[in-house]
Design a binder for this molecule. Sequence first.
Ligand code: FES
Ligand SMILES: [Fe+2]
Length: 396
Amino acid sequence: MTDIGTAYGRKQAQPNKLLTEVGPGTPMGELFRRYWQPVATSEQATTRPKKVKVLGEDLILFRDRKGRPGLLYPRCMHRGTTLFYGKVEDEGIRCCYHGWLFAADGTCLDQPCEPEHGLHRDVARQPWYPVEERYGLVFAYMGPPEKKPVLPKYDNLENLAPGEMLQQVIGGQGATGDDSYEVLPYSWLHMNDNVLDPFHVQVLHSTFTVVQFVAEFKVMPKCDFVAVGDGVYYSAFRKLDDGREVDRISHWISPNIMSVPSIQMAAGPSTGVSWVVPADDQSYFQVFVQKVREKRPFALAIDGKLWGDKTEEEKQDVPGDYEAQVGQGTISKHSEEHLAQSDRGIVMQRRFLEQQIKLVQEGGDPAGVSFDTDRATVHVRSGNFFRAAKKLEPAE
Ligand code: FES
Ligand SMILES: [Fe+2]
């Protein structure tokens, strides 16, 4: 027999359901629900009700006229119409159908069709989630109330220097470089894998077609992967053609934070943090916040064109992160993977998540959550750290 390894008779392929299913009651969904997740920018929370989908749940975000953001289950507790058509008032959102008024914390303040505006309205409660604002983002806590941790701070987003400000970007820009997508049409795990994959930077972004970021990435890095208390980071060491040496450190903070250092190779610690937030099992959005001196639209033109302006052929000619990740399918079939040496970061990351899932199932608190305000600052390790230039030996 000579035709070995044909596609005939191959096994049915399966995704890793443990890590890709994020709805209520799923193991990964319960792990996610122990952390505050950014669901919108503060600017997006307005008196115009907005639909958001997070961890498989449809929700309505709004900001009452006194400035308080609210995140409510969309189906009105009275007879189920959506609060998307509600009207925002000083104290909350009023349902369009019979006028029940709900505060940001779900309490029912008025039932205009009932005797005395609802004799028992104090026991009515529209399902809701706690929200808090920081860094110009709205964070929601969707987990068990008794396990609600402190909303963390990130050390690289604190202490703005004079002239510095924070810029927020939300959507699919991490994969496409532009604002073509608000929500990316594939599993969050594809992007999460990407953050501990320094090798694709050398291939996909630097040598496969054109230099998509900077020429320094053409050098194949020597990488170390290190598990730390709150996740995993890699150090990708490169000796550049001009004699400079650089350690590029990228930190993944469980379960879904990536802090990727400047892709222009700007020296020094990373100035941003981003979250890969599942909308549901088959889609996600990314939330970035970064220290900047000037707010500019996030628009990365690769090969001279924004992603949304390219034809399918141009995307084939110069594929980037979106093409590689959507190419893995809506949810990758992990049983078909052949993980190799260069995937050790991904293996460590997935193992870390599996351990955290188990910990939560056994009643513990997962890595990085804190119930103590004084200890809730996360140290972000990422950056491009150049070593002192070595002097070239004079030729004999
Ligand atoms: S359905 Fe909302 S008030 Fe009746
Ligand atoms: Fe990438």
